[in-house]
Write a protein that binds this ligand. Structure first.
Ligand code: NAP
Ligand code: NAG
Ligand code: NAG
Length: 372
């Protein structure tokens, strides 16, 4: 039986779902001749680690206990019975990494939402371990960090960073490695903004659509976290870098759907929802009318072309794949030499703990050949 040792960083919605998938897939994995050996799990202030990291594991009872504690809002420290500083967690992880890197191998799985993990992950690569990410932040940090993380492409997987479980990165990697040049990617990579833009087509005002989206739980607690476009920008940057563009987050053109005067630091959320949002209705309505007169619709997309990588509202033909998109699905159109007139289209749910964790699990199994 091949064993894949792993450490999980982050035990939120996605991390816990991953642990549940690992436990419930035991017999499936056994049939495939692999076993995932969870050596450690950490959150922002504690780490649970197997007493014998070379051969032992946090068993399924322990993993279930971890999930239960975390979903009750407790810290991992209540399970491990000792809290640790972030620094202590980091040095303990590095200790395990250095021990397992050139013996059993180790996959370090980042399901946190932190920019702090980039430092650990860079070291993980140096010790010959593998990296699997759902977290976009390390891949959208400086080019130096990015280059380091992807320096051994066989050892990194990050399918769930773009489009959750959708096979976006895998599809692009296949196209790229076959020498088929990708010259354009247009994609709706936010379920929230996808829903908002397609609802606007029914004639409802922007403020109404956003309010309904919020009440349906489609938005972040403060909808400005979605409307600002930063999450889409991170996904766009990951795709652009995959295509070889030497870009950084601060060089991207990012259109925010609310003006700076309405940013969270100057306008409280209630004020934004009640007074701010309605002020934005007329302008968007105007743009929709203009687009519609040309047979186009508005979509909030990432657009990557030769030297261009931007995120914001674009007018797109209403009978194109993106133009036909309704609801909260993600959709990506990829144009290359082989997919020239008709793009390769990837569509489906682009968020959710379950699909995202499933994408991470598939990534871990995808690197199994690197383990003895
Ligand atoms: N949910 C989705 O649909 C989806 C889709 C695609 C990608 N993603 C990405 O997947 C990641 C996880 O999402 P989520 O919804 O599970 O987030 P979440 O619920 O906020 O969970 C984040 C977890 O990371 C932990 N954490 C924070 N800082 C850490 C650090 N420095 N080291 C280790 N762990 C740390 C947190 O610890 P505490 O519990 O102690 O705070 C928490 O357990 C995010 O990067 C997100 O962007 C999510
Ligand atoms: C993901 O998990 C979090 C934390 O358990 C939960 O609050 C959220 O509702 C879940 N999201 C979905 C779409 O199930
Ligand atoms: C394992 O890796 C460490 C650090 O990279 C190195 O010092 C040590 O010599 C290696 N051991 C073996 C057996 O290769």
């Amino acid at each position: 039986m091949k064993k894949i040792p792993l450490i999980l960083m982050g035990c939120g919605g996605v991390g816990r779902q991953l642990l549940q998938h690992i436990v419930s897939c035991r017999s499936l994995h056994a049939k495939q001749g692999v076993r995932l050996r969870v050596v450690g799990v950490c959150d922002s202030n504690s780490l649970i680690v197997a007493s014998d990291v070379i051969n032992g594991e946090v068993d399924d009872v322990g993993l279930t206990q971890v999930c239960k504690a975390k979903s009750n809002g407790a810290s991992l420290a209540t399970v491990s019975s000792h809290a640790m500083s972030g620094q202590e967690v980091t040095s303990k992880i590095i200790e395990v990494v250095s021990l397992l890197g050139n013996s059993t191998g180790l996959a370090v799985v980042d399901c946190s939402a932190s920019s702090e993990t980039a430092g650990i992950l860079s070291q993980v690569v140096d010790f010959g371990c593998c990296v699997v990410l759902a977290n976009k932040k390390p891949l959208t940090a400086s080019l130096e960090v990015y280059d380091k993380l992807v320096s051994l492409p066989r050892r990194i997987r990050h399918e769930s960073t773009v489009g959750a479980g959708l096979p976006v990165i895998a599809a692009l990697n296949r196209i790229i490695s076959s020498g088929d040049p990708v010259h354009r990617i247009v994609g709706s990579l936010s379920g929230t903004l996808g829903y908002v833009m397609s609802e606007l087509q029914t004639g409802k005002p922007f403020s109404k659509v956003v309010t309904v989206a919020k009440s349906l739980g489609y938005t972040e607690p403060d909808p400005r976290d979605d409307l600002g476009g930063m999450d889409v920008a991170r996904k766009a940057l990951i795709l652009a870098r995959l295509l070889g563009h030497r870009l950084t987050l601060d060089s991207l053109k990012i259109e925010s759907l609310y003006p700076v005067e309405m940013r969270p630091s100057v306008m409280p959320i209630e004020d934004f929802l009640v007074n701010g949002l309605p002020q934005l209705d007329a302008d968007i309505q105007d743009r929709i009318t203009k687009a519609s007169s040309k047979g186009n619709v508005l979509r909030y997309v990432c657009l990557i072309e030769k030297t261009r990588c931007e995120v914001g509202i674009q007018e797109l033909p209403k009978d194109s794949p993106l133009g036909r998109l309704r609801g909260s699905d993600n959709l990506l159109e990829i144009y290359s030499r082989c997919y020239n007139e008709q793009p390769l289209v990837i569509q489906g749910a682009g968020a959710g703990n379950d699909t995202t964790a499933a994408g991470v699990l598939a990534d871990i199994l995808d690197i199994q050949d690197l383990f003895p």
